[in-house]
Design a protein around this ligand. Structure first.
Ligand SMILES: [Zn+2]
Length: 185
């Protein structure tokens, strides 16, 4: 930043009062992040949950006010670390947790990649019948399902479609009736 006599009175005032509109964006950003989020997959470590404004609707991504407009919080931090994403690319979540802004959980891809990724994560095991159908899930998937439903607001019906299981199966997971890890003593 330029130093010396070229600052106007108002910019000098802003520099003396860091709470003004020109605060460092990263500092403002970090104030809204809870770094003790859930661990959805052990190898990823904990999610960093956006505690500020969330987008309405199915995918509750964090919203961050930056350069005069609302941007996706996870995209902001991804671009801060990695540089601006090319046209058509988005920051996607390894953890499938929309309000997560942990840069280590983000990767670049197209919206189509995102859709394919969701389908692949949900489509693993073949097999029919109640037992086998239930075995299509895992503890990790169950965690993701619960978070998608509670935080992301994804409906049971949609989750059933993504994971190719019955709505009853998803409802049992969401209500902690199945796929609950025994608590460590
Ligand atoms: Zn995460």
């Amino acid at each position: 930043m330029r130093k010396g006599s070229r600052h106007s009175q108002s910019s000098l005032r802003r520099m003396r009062h860091p709470r003004g509109p020109k605060r460092d964006p990263l500092e403002r950003f970090n104030e809204k992040v809870d770094r003790n989020g859930p661990t959805i997959r052990p190898e990823l470590g904990s999610c960093h949950i956006w505690t500020g404004k969330l987008r309405r609707g199915q995918f509750r991504y964090g919203q961050f006010y930056f350069r005069g407009r609302w941007v996706e919080a996870h995209r902001f931090i991804f671009e801060h670390v990695n540089g601006t994403l090319p046209q058509g690319q988005c920051a996607l979540h390894h953890c499938d947790n929309p309000p997560c802004v942990n840069e280590a959980h983000l990767f670049a891809g197209s919206r189509r990649d995102n859709a394919l990724d969701m389908i692949q994560k949900g489509r693993h095991r073949p097999g029919r019948g109640e037992r086998q159908r239930d075995a299509k899930l895992s503890y990790e998937m169950a965690d993701t399902i619960r978070w998608s439903h509670r935080i992301g607001g994804v409906s049971i019906k949609t989750l059933a479609r993504w994971y190719e299981v019955g709505e009853t199966t998803i409802a049992r997971v969401v209500h902690n009736e199945t796929w609950v890890l025994p608590k460590a003593a």
